[in-house]
Design a binder for this molecule. Structure first.
Ligand code: APR
Length: 250
């Protein structure tokens, strides 16, 4: 991780508008499994479990799958990677975090500008009238009745996350952020899911720098200016430390 993180720090310090783009890999050190890594969700479950048609076909089975996963997500805590990104934002080196994650850990770590393009696990919405409620309240209802929780209008609640077959949310805002960036730091994403994965590509296509921190090779490694195949927490702490050294030596 060493010398590559120095190159990443130099690029960050010399950039004028950098953003971070994160995926499930930034939260595995908080105990939340990713999708396609060695212990990934899709190696154990059929991705169909996370689709809208499954929710409509079998709301009971859907809520059994989601309540278990999102319940433990409620108790997850930010890890070194989230804290390092929040510090880089305070230093003015990262202007925004665009994340595919729904665990809320970037905000919990202190990041201010966070664009959640796959929604949030913290709230649910009624599939009939759209009314929102907290996931904790819906979970309590579910655990009391063992039935999919319902809104007062009678509609069934669904998580406020992007399911398979649904458009990502706040995509316009994320693309605007990418358009004004001259550097994107990808952390913990296999960059396999679209349109999300087009966001870092847009920065590169417009002449910006692409930096990737990921345990395994990603789809865009050969396009990247810097690739760090190391755990996100360690790699980001090293980039943060080296950025501070460069700034202090000026
Ligand atoms: N440090 C660095 N990288 C890590 C770590 C870690 N501690 N843990 C896992 N990774 C890497 C894995 O090697 C993997 O390549 O993070 C990457 C996570 O990729 P995915 O599991 O594909 O997760 P993500 O890219 O966020 O998936 C995108 O797919 O199913 C949908 O909506 C879901 O948001 C998700 C989207």
């Amino acid at each position: 991780c060493g010398d590559e993180s120095r190159r990443a720090a130099e690029a960050l310090v010399n950039s004028s508008h950098s953003i971070a783009f994160t995926g499930a890999g930034v939260s595995t050190e908080s105990g939340i499994p990713d999708f396609r890594g060695p212990n990934g969700l899709w190696r154990r479950f059929d991705p169909r479990m996370a689709s809208v048609e499954y929710f409509l076909d079998d709301p009971r089975g859907f809520w059994a799958f989601y309540s278990a996963r999102f319940k433990f997500m409620l108790s997850a805590k930010p890890n070194a990677a989230h804290f390092a990104l929040a510090e880089l934002e305070r230093m003015g080196l990262i202007k925004a975090v665009i994340t595919q994650n729904v665990d809320g850990l970037h905000s919990a770590a202190g990041s201010v500008k966070v664009i959640e393009i796959h929604g949030s696990s913290r709230t649910v919405r009624c599939s009939r009238c759209g009314a929102r409620a907290s996931f904790e309240d819906a979970l309590r209802l579910y655990e009391e009745t063992s039935e999919p929780p319902r809104c007062s209008c009678g509609g069934i609640y669904r998580p406020d996350v992007v399911l398979f077959g649904e458009p990502v949310v706040r995509l316009g805002e994320a693309l605007d952020e990418a358009r004004r960036s001259d550097l994107v730091l990808v952390v913990g994403s296999s960059l396999t899911v679209h349109p999300a994965a087009e966001i870092p590509l847009l920065v590169k296509e417009r002449g910006g720098s692409l930096l990737i921190i990921n345990m395994e090779p990603t789809e865009y490694d050969d396009l990247a200016d810097v690739v760090i195949h190391c755990p996100a927490g360690k790699a980001l702490e090293s980039v943060l430390r080296k950025s501070k050294e460069i700034i202090e030596s000026r």
